[in-house]
Design a protein around this ligand. Structure first.
Ligand code: FES
Length: 201
């Protein structure tokens, strides 16, 4: 019956939303405080704060503009936005952590996206994330100390027939397991080393 099908669709949509929310909460919970950089030049925010001065409903554009400036939301930006808008820093933090588009720590030069959508999840995407975490020495959502790689769990990457899948930069890799994912990453690391300009003698 049509109503049963609609109910099933709604239930699966709710289930997927819950999975993505849990992924995001886990990532935020694992973000180390040491990664919350506070050395950003906050004077860069001045034009943005002037642009949205006294404009109601400007919190999201302010956060988006801040992220465009720095690539993430520096902790000092919460205070600056709070002073400009009168919104409590805790409330701003609440909004920033609710939306997946906002980052609380800098990203690496290369972002590794491991798909945890349904098709990849059932094909053991967890094993890929675990192997990459071990190899890189970071948790989900974190960046390596050299600033080269950020590891992220994401929702469907749109190529479910290749599940389980990961993307590094613009390249997609499918039918992976933990071992093959680490092998690909090692090859990319080697390539990056080869591409580094040689020091002049
Ligand atoms: S679920 Fe992973 S690509 Fe669609």
């Amino acid at each position: 019956m049509l109503s049963d099908r609609i109910a099933t669709l709604v239930r699966s949509r709710l289930l997927l939303n819950s999975i993505y929310l849990i992924m995001r909460i886990n990532r935020i919970a694992h973000t180390q405080h040491s990664q919350l950089k506070d050395d950003a030049d906050l004077s860069l925010m001045k034009p943005l704060l002037i642009k949205y001065d006294q404009k109601p409903g400007s919190l999201i554009p302010l956060l988006q503009g801040t992220q465009e400036l720095y690539g993430f939301l520096p902790s000092g930006a919460f205070k600056a936005i709070s002073e400009a808008t009168g919104i409590a820093p805790a409330d701003i933090y609440g909004v920033a952590t609710f939306y997946a588009q906002f980052r609380l720590s800098p990203v690496g030069k290369n972002i590794i996206k491991v798909c945890h959508g349904t098709a990849c999840h059932v094909q053991n995407a967890n094993a890929i994330t675990d192997a990459l975490k071990d190899h890189l020495g970071v948790n989900d959502g974190e960046t390596t100390a050299d600033g080269e790689f950020t590891l992220e769990s994401v929702a469907c990457l749109g190529c479910c027939s290749l599940a389980p899948v990961m993307m590094i930069g613009e390249n997609t890799y499918g039918k992976l397991n933990g071992k093959s994912a680490v092998k690909i990453l090692k090859e990319i690391k080697n390539q990056l080393c080869t591409d580094q300009p040689k020091a002049e003698k």
